[in-house]
Design a protein around this ligand. Structure first.
Ligand code: PLP
Length: 386
């Protein structure tokens, strides 16, 4: 696009109600956010367990900053790999029941690096249609043949896999909890298909990690899938863990391979050591604060019951992501503007993040919400103009 075309392009996004704007917050992540002098009740963050501003994380961060300073100074393979990074990797490997874990600076980079690091031209990747953008981009970047199957439709996946050459390496890639719909992938079914077809299975558990599973190790733990069944497990640290960054967990040979080949690992500055230290503190809270997961589940249940009474049509989601599909982008914007007037911050999600005609409110809950907050949200949804 020529620079002279950009203003027209921006104008057409505005016309189509697809223009994106940021709001600036003046407070820490929490149930209430301060925005332009207004206190907004927060229903749009991914801080599912309410850990992002937990005092123990803040203390760990400060102590590590005293010891290590702020910047890591270099990539992991140069001189940026600190004792805090190493300890966090070992603890994450233990927690997920894998041989090793490898830190990345963001989930986006982990996904690009893993897929493009392992898959090449001549290989083939299979992705759920509703996979996160970073998984789709990783597949495209790898140069492998790129095939998308219908959302959560394993029959369709098997049809797409017919005729795959034996010489090709295949990878099946899925979100665990889908980020815009909140539903879960059939990981057990996918693991069976991967085993039968001798494919890698890569699972991105950005929204399940910390929240699902007996100990919070995510949907893979809940489904009791081994490292052999899910050889590539990605978890992100900026959501339920409340910090920043991501990791991939797997076998010794898988992690060593990624250290050699994942370009988004090799060619980027390591996370600040203080972030790793804060994440280690977070992991302790994830492990020991079972109450956060339980409370979150009970808030979700209260919302679902209330929404049913209001005849709101929810999606088949049992997770902390509860979307209400409204259709057009205009409707979604109007709804979120209305909620904003009521002091509630709920994200309006529009294409291309979601398919055309399925713009929606994306409501998310945190373990720090109280029942009264859920009721306040339900009241606002009840009075929302249609
Ligand atoms: C948020 C998200 C990512 C990206 O993680 P960041 O650490 O924010 O870059 C990747 N995959 C999924 C499914 C996500 O929801």
């Amino acid at each position: 696009m020529k620079p002279t075309d950009l203003p027209t392009k921006l104008e057409s996004l505005k016309q189509a109600k697809l223009y994106r704007r940021r709001k600036t917050t003046d407070s820490a992540q929490g149930i209430y956010l301060q925005v332009a002098g207004q206190k907004l009740l927060n229903f749009c963050s991914n801080d599912y367990l309410g850990l992002a501003s937990h005092p123990e994380l803040v203390t760990a961060f400060k102590q590590a900053a005293d010891q290590y300073g702020v910047g890591s100074g270099a990539a992991h393979l140069v001189c940026g790999h600190s004792r805090e990074h190493q300890a966090l990797e070992e603890e994450l490997a233990d927690f997920t029941g894998r041989d090793r874990a490898l830190l990345f600076s963001t989930g986006y980079m982990a996904n690009l690096g893993v897929i493009a690091g392992l898959m090449n031209k001549g290989d083939v990747v299979y992705e759920d249609k509703l996979n996160h953008a970073s998984l789709l981009d990783g597949g495209l970047l790898s140069g492998a043949k790129f095939k998308r199957y219908l959302h959560n439709d394993l029959g369709n996946l098997q049809i797409k896999m017919q005729g795959q050459g034996a010489e090709q390496q295949a990878m099946i890639i899925t979100d665990a909890v889908f980020s815009m719909d909140g539903d879960c992938a059939d990981l057990t079914g996918l693991a069976d298909i991967a085993e039968q077809s001798d494919s890698y299975l890569m699972v991105d558990d950005a929204h399940g990690f910390g929240v699902l599973g007996k100990t919070g190790a995510g949907l893979v733990e809940q489904c009791q899938l081994s490292q052999q069944q899910v050889p590539l497990l990605v978890g992100t640290l900026g959501k339920a863990f409340g910090t920043s960054g991501a990791f991939v967990a797997g076998s010794e040979v898988m992690i060593e391979s990624l250290i050699q080949t994942a370009r988004t690992y090799i060619y980027t500055t390591a996370l600040p050591p203080a972030i790793a230290a804060a994440t280690r503190a977070s992991l302790q809270r994830v492990i020991h604060d079972q109450w956060r997961r339980e409370k979150l589940q009970s808030l979700i249940a209260r919302f679902q019951t209330g929404a049913k009474q209001l005849d709101l049509s929810l999606m088949p989601s049992q997770s902390a992501i509860q979307p209400i599909v409204l259709g057009s982008s205009e409707k979604a914007i109007q709804a979120s503007d209305y909620l904003l007037q009521q002091g509630l911050w709920v994200g309006a999600i529009r294409p291309p993040t979601v398919p055309q005609g399925s713009a929606r409110l994306r409501i998310t809950f945190s373990a720090l919400h109280e029942e009264q907050h859920i009721d306040q949200l339900l009241t606002a949804l009840e009075t929302m103009p249609q």
